[in-house]
Write a protein that binds this ligand. Structure first.
Ligand code: RIB
Length: 312
């Protein structure tokens, strides 16, 4: 069995719930303030670890109260934290989230996440069969250094380029599997995309991401569109559930997919599994604490349609 290595952000999510989101310049009365462990890197690592796959997180925390709380939480989820450094002079990453009717807005202040560097990602030993995962909440040159090492060790690389920002071709060329939403794909491909666009529009954009890559476009309720060069686009349909908080659902998908690839499951099965995991995540409040166990995912898979891919 391979191991999942996640190089990424660790945040405390400070969540204000309200009846609706304020417009620019407006104040609305909120209902509650909640604190949840989060950060795209931490969420993806917890998703994988809770599915009982050995998972190492590479990142940084500040030497503050949030940092101590986040470290204790992540350790309790079974994430290996040997390569998470406490960093003096920086605060732990913090996300300010407003949540109304299951949808969120997020402002992330990176703090220590912005200091994760090439030495940090050079520390762990990677081996063939492992899976290396990253996102855009740590510096991009660090991700490139991580993926160069991964590639040299014959490790599968997964990039979730969120939050959306420009990336150069050299970084994208180090990626085996790109998991992103329509906005992120549109930005990287230099075009505007909506989640209702046709599969062929997405395929056209995906072709600009470089050769030999698997591109998975997450389309919310529609599901996940899988684009592989030389193959017909495949839609893994979304599962109908009542969402209470979508924060971290994309991270759950990425972490669950990585975990299944690390144990050698074929891509189609891993996608259906990750879809089921994300459908559980959205039914719970908070990001990292919402990640399901393997028993929970298997229960969903055994009681409903298998989520096999179909033509979009
Ligand atoms: O993807 C969700 C995450 O984005 C939140 O947990 C928040 O910390 C931001 O990083």
């Amino acid at each position: 069995m391979g191991r999942v290595f996640v190089a990424g952000s660790i945040n405390m999510d400070v969540v204000a719930t309200a009846e609706r989101h304020p417009r620019v310049g407006e104040t609305v009365a909120g209902q509650a303030v909640l604190y949840f462990p989060g950060g795209k890197g931490a969420n993806q690592a917890v998703a994988s670890a809770k599915l009982s796959i050995p998972t190492t997180l590479i990142g940084r925390l500040g030497t503050d109260a949030f940092g101590r709380e986040l470290r204790a939480f992540l350790a309790a989820q079974g994430v290996d934290l040997a390569f998470v450094k406490d960093t003096d002079g920086a605060h732990s990453g913090t996300a300010i989230i407003t949540l109304a009717h299951a949808d969120n807005t997020i402002v992330v202040v990176p703090g220590a996440n912005g200091l994760v560097d090439a030495d940090d990602v050079a520390a762990p030993t990677l081996a063939k069969g492992d899976v290396a995962v990253s996102q855009f909440e740590i510096p991009l040159p660090t991700i490139a250094a991580f993926f160069r090492r991964a590639r040299a060790a014959g490790v599968t690389t997964i990039l979730n380029p969120a939050p959306a920002k420009q990336a150069d071709k050299a970084l994208l060329d180090l990626v085996d599997i790109l998991i992103l939403n329509e906005t992120e794909l549109g930005l990287l491909a230099g075009t505007e995309l909506s989640d209702h666009d046709t599969a062929s529009r997405f395929a056209e954009a995906a072709r600009t991401m470089g050769q030999g890559k698997i591109v998975c476009v997450t389309l919310g309720k529609r599901g996940v569109l899988v684009l592989v060069e030389g193959h017909q686009p495949l839609l893994v349909p979304g599962r109908e559930v009542k969402a209470v908080d979508t924060t971290g659902a994309g991270d759950c998908f990425v972490g669950a997919l990585a975990s299944q690839l690390a144990i050698g499951r074929p891509l189609g099965d891993a996608l259906a599994y990750a879809n089921a995991a994300a459908s559980i995540c959205v039914q719970r409040m908070g990001a990292a604490p919402s990640m399901p166990t393997a028993d929970e995912v298997n229960a969903v898979l055994s009681t409903s349609r298998p989520g096999a891919g179909r033509d979009p």
